[in-house]
Design a binder for this molecule. Structure first.
Ligand code: SF4
Length: 498
């Protein structure tokens, strides 16, 4: 008899997520799987019977953070008989059995390719009273075939591919997430339709390198076609995507963005460095001229596009002159915003072994110069929005409501954060997360816009009704996934991106 049948109360779970959007998306799948297996979400302030740590190997000191968190969980587990701890994600894929050796109170370790195994592994660990470590090497079935417990009633993530065929020298992703696997367009569109049926207004298409989508079935135009096809789904209002790679970015994608009304005029395209020599050492596969050319063509087709980026400062061997080229590109590109990172070694990456690792103070000083320049540009670009009418999808969660000012928050179509006053015709408005409002920008700061006038319009939506009900939506798995090949045992062997 399984131990699950001995316990009359449903076991509770909590998933803690670290790292990127791929992990956030995987965590929705983990929650969906656990609920399907009979677990219920733990109360926000209560302990859980199962704690899942969905880890990230990309951030600095990720290992220390994981073992620190596991150390904190140990006394909690000692005081709660039957509690289980599971560790998944990139760090689990990297450290494997090392995790249960260093933290023997961990019950389950699962990798990036077998998210779907979690309930079975938990069950097996309880039944056998011993830790289960299962890491598989490659994707065999798409994670989207799993159910998902989604955080948002109005916005959803949809994986179009997992893994990456590039070999950027600073990145651990290809080693941990494998080569790119593309999902069939029909499965992707069916998942988007299922989300829209539930009231979702906005989807973000997710992949390590969305512009390479189609490489698996040899169709270079596949991503542009996918954007156009999502535009034909009735009821869908906003489509975004992340992340595009400058190397594979085609003009056809720019045309599809411009021609498809639901595709938002927003582009987050990593630059990483403005120096051709640094880009070569990073093995990025494009040069400054190509990057700026894409930006020019995007702006020519969509003058209102908000373009954001990622930049790494202090890559091994970066000279002052090379850094200056990054500043020059930033000044020319006039990004609406940028995520800036100080380079630090990631064990297992080629860049970690390169000569010319820079002292921390040099990296820090350059970082401050870069962020000061970008801050000034972001602010000036935001000031140019003052007086414009913007459509805002009202956000949920912490920080979306300011008690002192009475402002609510949401995202404009171009991705900008807007804090607005929800007053309608002189009365306080009944604005819910997931509703859509129109308002006029009255002020701008470097990282957000302010709209302190009355609303121009307020549309109540099904997503708003769902948010009001407080129920987190569940989506069944969609699609047939990929053919299963050589699965060693009768466990669902599934995968995720990073
Ligand atoms: S394209 Fe992105 S995920 Fe792929 S190797 Fe480069 S940085 Fe990593």
């Amino acid at each position: 008899m399984s131990s699950a049948t001995l316990n009359p109360l449903p076991r509770t779970y909590r998933v803690r997520t670290y790292g990127c959007q791929m992990n956030v998306h995987d965590s929705e799948r983990l929650s969906g799987l656990l609920e399907e297996a009979g677990y219920t979400a733990a109360a926000d302030d209560g302990d859980a019977d199962v704690v899942v740590l969905n880890t990230c190997a990309v951030r600095e000191n990720a290992d220390n953070r994981l073992y620190g968190n596991l150390g904190q969980l140990r006394p909690v587990k000692d005081a709660r008989p039957g509690m289980q701890i599971a560790v998944g994600g990139c760090l689990a894929q990297k450290d494997r059995g090392e995790i249960v050796r260093r933290a023997p109170w961990v019950d389950v370790v699962f990798g990036t390719h077998n998210v779907g195994s979690l309930p079975t592994l938990l069950e097996r660990a309880r039944h056998n009273a011993e830790a289960q470590v299962e890491i598989v090497e490659s994707l065999e079935v798409f994670p989207s075939t799993l159910p998902a417990k989604r955080d948002s009633a109005y916005s959803g993530w949809v994986s179009i591919s997992v893994g990456c065929n590039n070999t950027c020298t600073f990145c651990i992703v290809p080693a941990l997430r494998g080569t790119e696997k593309d999902r069939r367009p029909g499965d992707i569109l069916a998942e988007v339709e299922a989300l829209v049926d539930q009231g979702v207004l906005e989807v973000t298409l997710l992949g390590q390198n969305v512009n390479a989508y189609g490489v698996d079935f040899r169709d270079r135009g596949a991503f542009a076609d996918l954007l156009r096809a999502t535009g034909r789904i009735e009821g869908l209002e906003r489509v975004r995507f992340t992340s595009p790679h400058p190397r594979e970015f085609t003009d056809d994608v720019i045309a599809a963005m411009a021609e498809t009304p639901v595709v938002c005029h927003q582009l987050h395209m990593p630059l990483q460095s403005g120096s051709d020599d640094v880009l070569r050492r990073m093995r990025r596969g494009y040069r400054q001229e190509r990057y700026l050319g894409i930006i020019d063509r995007v702006r020519a087709a969509m003058p209102d596009a908000a373009i954001t980026t990622d930049i790494i400062v202090g890559f091994p061997g970066e000279t002052e002159a090379e850094f200056q080229q990054t500043l020059d590109v930033v000044a020319q590109a006039r990004f609406a915003g940028a995520f800036t990172f100080q380079y630090s070694k990631r064990p297992g990456t080629p860049a970690a072994e390169m000569d010319g690792q820079l002292p921390k103070d040099v990296v820090q000083e350059r970082y401050l110069r870069l962020t000061a320049l970008q801050e000034e540009i972001s602010w000036s670009e935001n000031r140019a929005q003052v007086g414009r009418r913007v459509e805002v999808l009202v956000a949920a969660g912490e920080g979306s409501k300011d008690a002192a000012t009475g402002r609510r928050s949401g995202r404009a179509r171009d991705g900008r954060l807007v804090h607005f006053v929800a007053a309608e015709g002189g009365r306080p408005g009944d604005v819910r997360p997931g509703d859509v409002v129109e308002t006029v920008v009255t002020d701008a700061k470097p990282h957000f816009l302010v709209a302190d006038g009355p609303l121009v319009s307020h549309r109540r939506t099904r997503a708003g009704n769902a948010s009001e009900s407080g129920i987190r939506p569940t989506t069944p798995g969609v699609g047939l996934g990929m053919p299963r090949i050589g699965v060693p045992e009768p466990l669902p062997v599934l995968a995720a991106g990073c």
